[in-house]
Ligand binder design. Structure first.
Ligand code: IYR
Length: 225
């Protein structure tokens, strides 16, 4: 194969136009059923489902196709416990004042606090790391581009993939998150923790804050020119 070879696009699927709006609306309805939850069941979820969802995430577009991400999928009870303890310690100081009044006010409708039992109860935690240096080959050490955008896209793909597979998720971003680097044994110089996802079945008593269901009107979020 030539170094810069292009191959014909062979797997694009075109739908009849009358099906397209229906498909778009079905996808919308399905995505509207995705809610962040904070009460997870400990029902096990097979590893191969999580692996397939991570493979979906890794199809996201990325700067120069460098794929500047690494996913650590955690089901070890011991590692989940370490993450819960470290996160709760940080959240404690966050909720006790480090966040500041405005931030704490913004969080009130969500009803969150420093207790994060789901970090131990949910069957899977997925820590997403971004990489400063890399390349198409795993061993490359070139500059990565649009790292935040790329990893954000991959994380979005991952959330959708997990939802599509029938799993509930929560995004978690304790501040600072560097404890994840140590617990997950990642390279401190090249990688930064980007987000922690919790994935599993909702607990029977899982709730969604009413506040989270309020979405802005279309005219506020979009302009057609
Ligand atoms: N990381 C904290 C606080 C928190 C911050 C935002 I912005 C949220 O949307 C939700 C929570 C916590 O997880 O409690």
């Amino acid at each position: 194969m030539k170094e810069h070879a292009n191959i014909p696009l062979s797997d694009f699927v075109e739908y009849p136009q009358e099906e397209m709006l229906q498909r778009a609306n079905e996808y919308l309805a399905n995505t509207k059923r995705r809610h962040s939850i904070r009460s997870f069941s400990d029902r096990p979820v097979p590893q191969d489902i999580i692996e397939a969802c991570i493979k979906t995430a890794a199809t996201a577009p990325s700067g120069a196709n460098h794929q500047p991400w690494h996913f650590v999928a955690i089901h070890s009870q011991d590692v989940k416990k370490q993450i819960r303890h470290a996160a709760e310690e940080l959240e404690q100081s966050f909720y006790e004042g480090r966040a500041g009044e405005e931030w704490l006010d913004a969080l009130k409708p969500l009803g969150t606090d420093a207790q994060k039992p789901y970090l131990e109860h949910a069957p899977w935690l997925i820590a997403v790391f971004s990489q400063k240096k890399g390349g198409i080959q795993t061993e490359d050490k070139n500059t990565n581009y649009y790292v935040h955008e790329s990893v954000g896209l991959a994380t979005g793909f991952l959330i959708q993939a997990l939802h599509n597979a029938g799993l509930a998720t929560l995004t978690h971003t304790p501040k600072p998150m560097s404890f994840l680097t140590d617990i997950c044994g990642r390279d401190r110089d090249n990688e930064r923790p980007y987000m922690l996802l919790i994935a599993g079945y909702p607990a029977d008593d899982a709730t969604v804050p009413e506040h989270a269901l309020v979405k802005k009107p279309f005219d506020d979020i979009a302009t057609i020119l």
